[in-house]
Design a protein around this ligand. Structure first.
Ligand code: HEC
Length: 111
């Protein structure tokens, strides 16, 4: 039965690989930071913001990331400056690389 198990694993691995490659091709340029930023957002920001267009529930007190991205005056620099300071939760602050990734993700939502 061991051989059979290994074939199943290989098949799952190939499917995951195919998904990764496919996703990378869809967004050839920015996929790394955007994907990383999305992961961070879904972990740390999702309780207060609608971080993805597919997310149904959010708070009325905060703008969704898509709404932030859609504003004409939203720039990478502004987002960087804002996120360099804690907000929402006093003790939570993103590190430099995480800020880059989250900024890339938010800007990827620009319509
Ligand atoms: C505890 C709730 C909370 C969490 C968690 C939170 N935010 Fe916020 N966020 C807010 C509130 C409230 C505002 C609006 C008031 C303000 O500017 O502080 C805001 C505003 C913002 C703005 C500025 C929007 C504007 O109007 O210009 C950005 C950008 C932002 N959040 C990004 C993030 C990111 C990225 C994360 C995750 C790393 C995050 N937020 C996590 C509550 C939160």
């Amino acid at each position: 039965m061991r051989g059979h198990e290994r074939i199943v694993r290989l098949a799952v691995g190939a499917a995951v690989l195919a998904l990764c490659v496919g996703g990378g091709m869809a967004r050839a340029d920015e996929s790394g930071p955007v994907v990383a930023g999305k992961g961070i957002s879904q972990m740390w920001c999702v309780n207060c913001h609608v971080v993805a267009p597919t997310q149904a529930r959010g708070s009325d007190q905060t703008p969704s990331f898509a709404a932030i991205a859609a504003r004409p005056d939203t720039t990478a620099e502004k987002l960087h400056n804002f996120l360099a300071q804690p907000h929402g939760m006093p003790d939570f602050r993103l590190g430099g690389k995480d800020i880059d990734n989250v900024v890339a993700y938010i800007l990827s939502l620009k319509p």
